[in-house]
Design a protein around this ligand. Structure first.
Ligand SMILES: *Cc1c(COP(=O)(O)O)cnc(C)c1O
Length: 382
């Protein structure tokens, strides 16, 4: 009877009780024969953080402004936990796994602008875990790092700018701490973390109630979100907009993660033919091209959506491209929705904290006049 968004959840009560036990008793609780460690039902448990389902909305004003085909927006920017966006989903599974294993310290890392490290710190604190963050580059004053610090997380700069040092130093630090540590690589993109987006595939399927979109478009960084979606087994093409890695590298990473995630879930392996990767590295990680900047402002001015320059603007530019010249995959009106064409699902992954900072840096761009005037909905005339 459970809907997809209310699947098995690690209830706060149960986790509370376990956190309160002395170490020896906790071990005994973990060995409870009714809950074999690592069983599938365990793996589907989540530590509840977000508010699900996130809305699926139609971007009517955007469509009207540009004459686009139907665009549905999956609002993971409204995931309901801090400003964690899409990172809320993997963290529900990663935190649950850490607690199940009796861990007391979450050890992870990333760059100074990483939404994952900020979200991981807030989630760890909410679950009663300590948090240590290995950060490349200069962490001073970065909003994501300040947010993490506000939760009490310890920041450990690598002292260099080499990103790949992070995962090695996370593993080293976790080994130093020992059994109390739960190490998580950059972005939370492990098979366990990807379970979060496999849940999200079920969540979306329920919201589509039979409609079949032409594609789901989402930005791809470390690949866990895209991998989870594929592992979720929807019969919908997934377009991953890669912002930091070459298409070849990220495709292999996503498919490998999706395979291992599906194996954890005990579901069918992902279908590689449903995955398309778009190369959006453009002017470099964290930088938006002029067209992407324009796209982000359009999303703000038509739909009130905040897009960040690293992920959101890139993916949205791809959405515009596809919705403007859509493959009329399944033409003809849909009896339930009245949609004339197969919609594009645009996964808005969040990034609200950097989006605000980015807009603040832009100053006033372009004309202050509205690009278009929206019709006043009937029945709501002033
Ligand atoms: C992390 C992140 C992504 C990419 O997700 P991955 O699972 O790392 O591929 C996309 N958008 C935003 C806003 C993010 O913070």
């Amino acid at each position: 009877m459970n809907g997809p968004a209310t699947g098995p959840v690690a209830g706060p009560g149960r986790v509370e009780r376990r956190r309160g036990l002395p170490a020896a008793d906790r071990t005994r609780a973990e060995e409870d024969p009714r809950r074999p460690a690592g069983s599938r039902s365990d793996l589907r448990e989540r530590f509840p953080l977000g508010v699900w389902p996130t809305p699926l909305t139609r971007a009517h004003r955007l469509e009207a402004a540009l004459g686009l085909g139907p665009v549905l927006v999956k609002r993971d920017d409204l995931a309901g936990f801090a400003v964690a966006g899409n990172k809320t989903r993997p963290l529900e599974h990663l935190i649950a796994a850490a607690l199940r294993g009796g861990a007391e310290v979450l050890v992870t890392g990333g760059g100074p602008g990483s939404n994952f490290v900020a979200a991981a710190a807030v989630a760890a604190r909410a679950a009663g875990l300590e948090c240590e963050l290995v950060i490349w580059g200069d962490p001073e004053g970065a909003p994501a790092i300040e947010l993490a610090r506000a939760t009490g997380a310890r920041i450990r700069p690598t002292g260099g700018t080499e990103r790949s040092d992070v995962d090695r130093l996370v593993a080293e630090r976790a080994a130093e701490i020992g059994a109390r540590a739960y190490p998580v690589p950059r972005g939370g993109s492990t098979p366990v973390g990807a379970l979060g987006f496999a849940d999200a595939a079920d969540e979306l399927a329920a919201q589509l109630s039979g409609r079949r979109p032409a594609a789901i478009v989402l930005p791809v960084g470390s690949g866990g979100s895209c991998a989870g979606l594929l592992a979720g087994g929807l019969d919908i093409p997934v377009v991953g907009v890669s912002v930091s890695r070459s298409p070849e590298e990220i495709r292999a990473t996503v498919l490998d993660l999706a395979d291992r995630c599906a194996a954890l879930r005990g579901t069918a392996p992902p279908r590689p033919e449903l995955l398309e990767i778009v190369d959006a590295r453009g002017p470099g990680f964290g930088a938006a091209s002029a067209a992407e900047t324009e796209a982000a402002l359009l999303a703000l001015r038509t739909e009130g959506l905040l897009l960040d320059p690293t992920y959101g603007a890139e993916a949205f530019a791809e959405v515009l491209h596809r919705a403007g010249a859509p493959t009329r995959a399944e033409p003809g009106p849909d009896s339930r929705t009245g949609l004339a064409e197969a919609p594009i699902v645009w996964w808005h992954t969040g990034g609200v904290l950097p989006a605000g900072a980015w807009l603040a840096r832009q100053g006033s761009i372009g004309s202050p006049a509205p690009a278009h005037r929206a019709p006043i909905p009937s029945g709501r005339r002033p």
